[in-house]
Design a protein around this ligand. Structure first.
Ligand code: FES
Length: 237
């Protein structure tokens, strides 16, 4: 059952996010921008968002320029590797279940050897985390650009930024960056403290991986509903 549920949920997410990334519309509802399109780096972007760097052809969705980075971190993530090796390739489907393939080479050959690039995707993801917080804080403005606004969308984008940050910070590579390659923790008390905290989060990495996946899809869907006029944003002040 577990591999089946993983396949169904991941396929649904991939189908939804692919549709939205190619849709090239309904991703901005002032002052909110969908996380699938953030940072929006071309002058073709709807609304006023992240600084725009270049003019791309209008038929290329702005989401496609940045998609490789969030996709890359999920694809090479240690947890998702376990999940999709087990559920899509049944290689093997669980602990103590026989490997269906004749030979097992693990990640010692191309293309799976490329999974080692994960650490570099983490660096990019941390940069994206900063940008998502920036975009979430822009949600404290109203349509005219005045600060002091807060709507349900502000909270949803903020929660999404926090969840994605927790996903990055609980990453196995992050744990190694913070506390790895040290012979004596006693000589590095600050790194030891940080490593202890990151290790606690690391134990919940699977949960952060799933919650942040649902969170990012939900945040996008909320912006989509606002942008299409299906609902209006709930304003607190
Ligand atoms: Fe999952 Fe790094 S191990 S993001």
């Amino acid at each position: 059952m577990q591999p089946l549920v993983t396949v169904v949920v991941l396929v649904l997410f991939i189908a939804y996010s692919t549709f939205r990334a190619f849709q090239n519309a309904h991703y901005y509802a002032s002052p909110y921008i969908s996380p699938f399109y953030s940072p929006c780096i071309t002058t073709r972007c709807e609304g006023d968002s992240f600084p725009e760097f270049f003019t791309g052809p209008s038929w290329i969705s702005p989401a496609l320029y940045i998609l490789v980075l969030p996709l890359g971190i999920r694809l090479t993530c240690y947890y998702y590797r376990k999940a999709y090796y087990r559920s899509f390739w049944l290689s093997p489907p669980a602990c103590a279940v026989a490997e269906p393939h004749r030979r097992y080479t693990g990640e010692t050959r191309l293309p799976l050897l490329g999974q080692n690039i994960h650490r570099y995707f983490l660096y990019a993801a941390l940069l994206f985390n900063v940008i998502l917080f920036y975009e979430a804080f822009r949600g404290f403005r109203d349509e005219t650009g005045e600060w002091g606004h807060m709507g349900l969308g502000t909270l949803i984008l903020l929660a999404n930024a926090v969840l994605l940050f927790m996903y990055s910070i609980s990453c196995h590579s992050c744990r190694h960056i913070v506390g790895g390659r040290l012979n004596h923790f006693s000589r590095h008390p600050l790194r030891y403290k940080a490593w202890t905290w990151v290790s606690k989060q690391n134990a919940r990495h699977m949960q952060y991986a799933w919650i942040s996946l649902f969170g990012v899809a939900f945040a996008d869907f909320y912006v989509f509903l606002l942008a299409t006029g299906t609902i209006t944003d709930l304003r607190f002040f």
